[in-house]
Design a protein around this ligand. Structure first.
Ligand code: 5GP
Length: 190
């Protein structure tokens, strides 16, 4: 998506640990009009798949998921990363290693909000090693739900997540695909 690539080149900052910061429009300040365009693009890609639920993980996936859900006319469920007193015990769960925090989190989704009749589009801001998406897909499997696709706003294709998920048979679509990234040479798209 040209609009997104231009925005990444303009506003993205490369940090140590292979982290691209896009805090000015996606991860801290949210450019809602811009994310509406992203939501429309995910809808264009998956509109014929009968999506009735978008699944993401807190916190950075929620904005994108909501604006895409507005296009699909479906709800968003976001996996919680910690067990709070108000979530109860009736949950699907899977462990995901956090790329940016370096810790393992147990992702929790209430059994009330995900079940075997759901056709799920998994969305997240980034796809790196695929841990978050894999854990969300595992949660869908536990629930008997169908994963119709996995979408990422930005995929770092030189990390293994996208390939691994595609080999498992998932339809993975990312709107900007980074081929390489370094502070010296900048960002190259596929
Ligand atoms: P994965 O689970 O695919 O290894 O990593 C995806 C998750 O880690 C996303 O939810 C995202 O929040 C975070 N992440 C991975 N790489 C980056 C990055 O380069 N920049 C930012 N801001 N987040 C990232």
């Amino acid at each position: 998506m040209k609009l997104l690539e231009d925005r990444i080149l303009r506003d993205g900052k490369i940090f140590p640990g292979d982290v691209l910061k896009v805090d000015s429009f996606l991860n801290h300040r949210i450019d809602v009009g811009f994310l509406c365009e992203i939501g429309k693009e995910f809808h264009r890609l998956y509109q014929n798949e009968g999506v009735n639920l978008i699944l993401t993980v807190e916190a950075s996936g929620i904005g994108v998921a909501c604006l895409a859900a507005a296009e699909f006319g479906c709800p968003v469920v976001f996996a919680k990363k910690s067990k709070t007193i108000n979530i109860g015990d009736n949950n699907w769960s899977a462990v995901a290693h956090s790329y940016t925090h370096g810790t393992d989190n147990t992702l929790l989704v209430s059994k009330d909000y995900l079940g075997k009749h759901d056709r799920v589009l998994i969305l997240d801001d980034f796809l790196a090693n695929g841990c978050a998406a894999t854990a969300l897909a595992e949660i869908c499997k536990q629930a008997g739900a169908t994963v119709v696709g996995i979408g990422a706003v930005i995929e770092k294709t030189y990390q293994k997540g996208g390939d691994t998920l595609r080999k498992q048979g998932f339809r993975v679509e990312s709107l900007a695909r980074i081929a390489s990234m370094s502070p010296e040479d900048g960002i190259e798209f596929c």
